[in-house]
Design a protein around this ligand. Structure first.
Ligand code: DC
Length: 216
């Protein structure tokens, strides 16, 4: 047990969590678990199968019949790779909606705890340090200004060919921040024992170096 290493990275969307976590995972040779992708996968399935957020029976039946895993960096939903279809702005909104639903959180947190109990991991999300892996050896809370986060996300979406204005992305980010921070179930907040890193104006390399320095 002594050599198990669990690193939790929380923060709002666009703060650079996944980029940093992926890089740190590579450097340390441990698995990276993107919990946001898991909420996106469930949001995608709800949309695809026409399941309403307030239809609890249908939602629970769908979740009982849902399998989510990561294989070599790919997210697998019921046996199919869904890396790309979960990254649209429409599914971002669905993920935010479904992440406020108790049955969804119960199911995904259980899977995430299972993943974190078997091997060393770096896991990113909103409630990793405060809920999923409360006893993680290292906890980081990444932030950046809303304008910088919107700029990063806008660039990403444009590169993927989505037509969306910067203002619309900023608006979405502010709405999602509000939803994530004010929802009743495991809202986004910094754990008392987490190290806060404001990534505004910092390069990826600088943030990765900071995180590695804290761990080593
Ligand atoms: O990090 P992301 O943008 O891919 O996350 C998608 C949504 O899932 C976002 O609205 C926040 C939510 N989420 C959550 O509630 N808890 C997590 N551990 C991870 C993501």
């Amino acid at each position: 047990m002594k050599d198990m290493l669990r690193i939790a990275i929380d923060g709002p969307s666009g703060a650079g969590k996944s980029t940093i976590a992926k890089e740190v995972a590579k450097k340390l040779g441990i698995d990276y678990i993107d919990t946001g992708a898991m909420y996106r996968a469930v949001g995608y399935k709800m949309k695809r199968d026409g399941i309403a957020a307030d239809d609890e029976a249908a939602l629970r039946a769908m979740l009982d019949d849902t399998d989510i895993d990561f294989v070599r960096g790919d997210i697998i939903l019921d046996g199919a790779v869904v890396n790309d279809v979960i990254r649209t702005s429409e599914i971002s909104k669905m993920a935010s909606v479904c992440s406020a639903l108790l049955p969804v959180r119960e199911k995904l947190v259980e899977i995430q705890r299972g993943m974190g109990s078997r091997k060393s991991v770096i896991m990113d999300g909103r409630d990793i340090a405060t809920n999923v892996l409360k006893d993680a050896e290292y906890k980081f809370f990444l932030t950046a200004s809303a304008a910088e986060r919107a700029e990063r996300r806008h660039k990403e979406l444009c590169e993927k060919g989505e037509t969306i204005t910067f203002e619309a992305v900023l608006n979405d980010i502010e709405k999602r921040d509000h939803n994530d921070m004010t929802r009743k179930l495991n809202p986004l907040r910094k754990a008392e024992d987490a190290i806060e890193v404001d990534t505004t104006g910092l390069s990826i390399e600088e943030v990765v170096a900071f995180v590695l320095k804290e761990i080593r």
